[in-house]
Design a protein around this ligand. Structure first.
Ligand code: SAH
Length: 219
C-alpha cells in the first residue's frame, strides 16, 4: 500500500501545477479529495497516476489533469450552483463540491450513481443532489445554473444546456467525434454566447437525446 496523501501531493505538483493550472481553490480541492476512494480497491494504488481508470460498466474516472482543467474553466464562486452530467465515480462531483454552494449531478447508469452517492456520503460531502436519467437534457427543474460540466463526449453543444445557464454562466463540454474531442467552453453573455476551444481530449460517449444514440456505439 502506498502513502496516498504523498501520492496526491505529487500528483498535484507534477500533473496539475506543472501543466499550468493556477486557480488556488482548484489546487487545494485537488489536494484534499481522496481520489483513491473513488476507484475499486485493486486500482487504488494507481489512483494518482496520470491517466483515467476504469470504474465498471465500460466507464472511466477522468484523468486528474482533465478534472482540474475543466473545473478551472468553470471559474466557480462559493455561492454558485453547478450541474454535472456524468456522475461516474463521483470524483469530479467531489472536487466541485469543495468549490461551490451546491452540486447537481446526473448519471444514466443506476449502479454507478448508487456507488458514487455512497462514496460521497462516506467522504462526508453533503452539498450534492443526484438524479438518475439522461443528463443531456439537463435538469430543468433546478435551472438556471452558474456552471454546467459535461464529463462525457458530445457530438455537439446541446442548446438545451445553454438554455439552463444563468447569465455569465459557463458550460464546459468535450465536443467532437466518438474517438477524440476538443474541450469547449460556452459563456452565456447578455448579447449572445461566447464559445472558446481548449485542449484536445478523449471521453466516453454522452449517450442520450442530445448526445449519441445508444445504437451509435455499435457501428
Ligand atoms: N465525472 C466522472 C466521469 C465519468 S465518465 C468521474 O469523475 O468519475 C462519464 C459518465 O457519463 C459515465 O458514468 C456515463 O455513464 C455517464 N453518461 C453518459 N451519458 C450520459 C447522460 N446522457 N446522462 C448522464 N450520464 C451520462
Amino acid at each position: 500500500m502506498i502513502d496516498y496523501e504523498s501520492a496526491r501531493k505529487i500528483m498535484v505538483q507534477n500533473q496539475i501545477i506543472a501543466r499550468g493550472v493556477r486557480d488556488k481553490h482548484v489546487i487545494s480541492a485537488m489536494e484534499s479529495v481522496p481520489r483513491h476512494l473513488f476507484v475499486e480497491e485493486s486500482l487504488q494504488d494507481e489512483a494518482y497516476d496520470d491517466n483515467p481508470l476504469p470504474i465498471g460498466e465500460g466507464q472511466t474516472i477522468s484523468q486528474p489533469f482533465m478534472v482540474a482543467i475543466m473545473t478551472e474553466l468553470l471559474d466557480l464562486k462559493d455561492t454558485d450552483r453547478v450541474l454535472e452530467i456524468g456522475t461516474g465515480s463521483g470524483y469530479q462531483a467531489a472536487v466541485l463540491s469543495r468549490l461551490c454552494a451546491w452540486v447537481y449531478s446526473v448519471e444514466r447508469v443506476p449502479a454507478l450513481a448508487e456507488r458514487a452517492k455512497k462514496t460521497l456520503v462516506t467522504c462526508g460531502y453533503d452539498n450534492l443532489s443526484f438524479k438518475i436519467g439522461d443528463g443531456s437534457q439537463g435538469w430543468p427543474e433546478e435551472a438556471p445554473f452558474d456552471g454546467i460540466i459535461v464529463t462525457a463526449g458530445s457530438p455537439r453543444i446541446p442548446g438545451v444546456l445553454v438554455d439552463q445557464l444563468a447569465e455569465d454562466g459557463k458550460l464546459v463540454i468535450p465536443v467532437g467525434n466518438r474517438f477524440s474531442q476538443t474541450l469547449k467552453r460556452v459563456t452565456k453573455e447578455r448579447n449572445g454566447n461566447k464559445v472558446q476551444s481548449f485542449t484536445g481530449c478523449r471521453f466516453v460517449d454522452l449517450i442520450g437525446e442530445h448526445g449519441w444514440s445508444d445504437s451509435d456505439r455499435y457501428w
